[in-house]
Design a protein around this ligand. Sequence first.
Ligand code: FPP
Length: 239
Amino acid sequence: MADPAHTGPRHVAIIMDGNGRWATQRGRPRLFGHHAGARRVREVVETCPDIGVEYLTIFAFSTENWKRTQVEVAGLMSLFRRYITKEARALNEFGARVRFIGDRVRLDKKLIALMDELEALTAHNTSVHLTIALNYGGRDEVARATKRLAEDVASGKLDPETVDEETLPKYLDTYVLPDPDLVIRTSGEARISNFLLWQSAYAEYEFIDTLWPDFGRAEFTALCENYGGRDRRFGGVKP
Ligand code: FPP
């Protein structure tokens, strides 16, 4: 049950940026930064219940990231496979419910099988809902949702006259999640890069200079506390 006195964000989404620069600053290859970045995820996940965050959604790989070098893409895919294999037990013991969003068609079968297994393993957990966006793009998600919506109209399952703002979200990958309250992007870039476009219409944003491998519990907690003091009006005026 949500605590009515809780003023912090219920759902935080994070664009984990800056791994490459973090590695370059140390004279190391970019993948070194991605590995360091993956090691930061657990701490952030484990902070969530302590600060009232029920949903955490993290951007691991975008539909645009395929444009990176073949070495980096292959390295990231291998990192995701290793991450899921290595972290499954800890995430499950912690009580995290893990979901993946994004288009799976371009992902390799072994990775998809691991994703399915982790979702099934953690399906009954409730301490925090961790959603990992993998081959995810907001426009791609809306396009895929629209296609399925159109199919339902064509087959007579959906009356186009009834389509409103509540209809499309039911076809999005995030259909079981509440909209994010707070979106954080690390590494000093003030862009949203195609992340949760529909869902973040009323989200607050925090763009911070910290590179993702340096991000942790203290900064995450401070950003969520800062959110608690904000006045969100969703386009209306204060009563
Ligand atoms: C952006 O840094 C980061 C990514 C494209 C990958 C995000 C992946 C991780 C944090 C690690 C794995 C996560 C999980 C869930 C296993 P960048 O390469 O764009 O950095 P740069 O802007 O400094 O080049």
